[in-house]
Design a protein around this ligand. Sequence first.
Ligand SMILES: Nc1ncnc2c1ncn2[C@@H]1O[C@H](COP(=O)(O)OP(=O)(O)OP(=O)(O)O)[C@@H](O)[C@H]1O
Ligand SMILES: [Mg+2]
Length: 309
Amino acid sequence: MRTRGRPGQRTREDRAALVANRHGDDTFAYYAAKYGLTPPGEEAVTDDPPYGDRWTTWDDSTAGERGPQPYPDWVVTELGAVDTELGILKTGKEADVFLVERSVPNEDRGTIMAAKRYRDPKHRMFHRDDGYREGRRDRESRVNRAMAKGSAFGREAVAGQWARAEFDALNALWTAGVAVPYPVQILGTELLMEFIGEGDGVAAPRLAQLRPEPEERDDLWDQLAHNLELLALAGFAHGDLSAYNLLVQDGRLVVIDVPQIVDVVGNPHGREFLDRDVRNVGAWFVARGLDPARVDDLSDALARDARLA
Ligand SMILES: Nc1ncnc2c1ncn2[C@@H]1O[C@H](COP(=O)(O)OP(=O)(O)OP(=O)(O)O)[C@@H](O)[C@H]1O
Ligand SMILES: [Mg+2]
């Protein structure tokens, strides 16, 4: 049991309001058990933080499980910090994204992060594992066998591999200067990253939700082209690019959902992956009036950047 002082910022009533929407089903209980959150009633008899909170997991991640240095100044590294679940942002096909606040008790210092929690394959709605996972076999044969058998342990390992793949991709892309959320840390099947949105926890809209005027549309296209060129120069295609995997915060385009990025140089179908990404997201822009020639131009430019043309 860890003893580290109790959070003093929120009252029990504040917390009750925050967690009120978590009582509907057993989702919270499941996540509480898996991610170390205090379940109802526990705080009265143990030294754990209040219901829905946990001690910061920052020190549970090793050096290779934390984002690139220098850490941005908003990253809370204090060992006495507390993580508070603020609610679910979105349930996706293969992961759920939660809002987590990491704050230092009795200090006016805290930050909101997005926690992407991968589901084990049995609880997914769609499998992108086959194909993409090739070559990503775990060196440990016990893990391989468990994964092949689809046991609970094996399924957990697959979810962990996806979380790790996305964390590594975010690291590589952040370092290459691509506009992606800063990857704070990875722990098992949970990836903590920069929250793209307002300080009050309202997430940035997906590109697909916007109806931009021509001028804004062209600006977003230019930002997209710039980011995809940085990706291509680093040898990658996104692999699942669409107007749903791009967020727009105050006019700034941010690329998300990157666990499947493709090494276009090593992959025999590299050029096809580059083209498909551009085609998919290009169709959205063309439907909103973008000159189709610009889509073809971008495909050609990316192939050159990745030295595939
Ligand atoms: N860092 C973030 N900041 C704000 N919102 C985010 C962040 N990451 C993800 N989201 C929100 O959660 C949604 C799902 O995230 P993501 O696309 O990474 O997961 P997914 O499992 O692939 O979901 P989907 O099946 O919807 O594509 C995003 O569309 C976005 O609205
Ligand atoms: Mg997505």
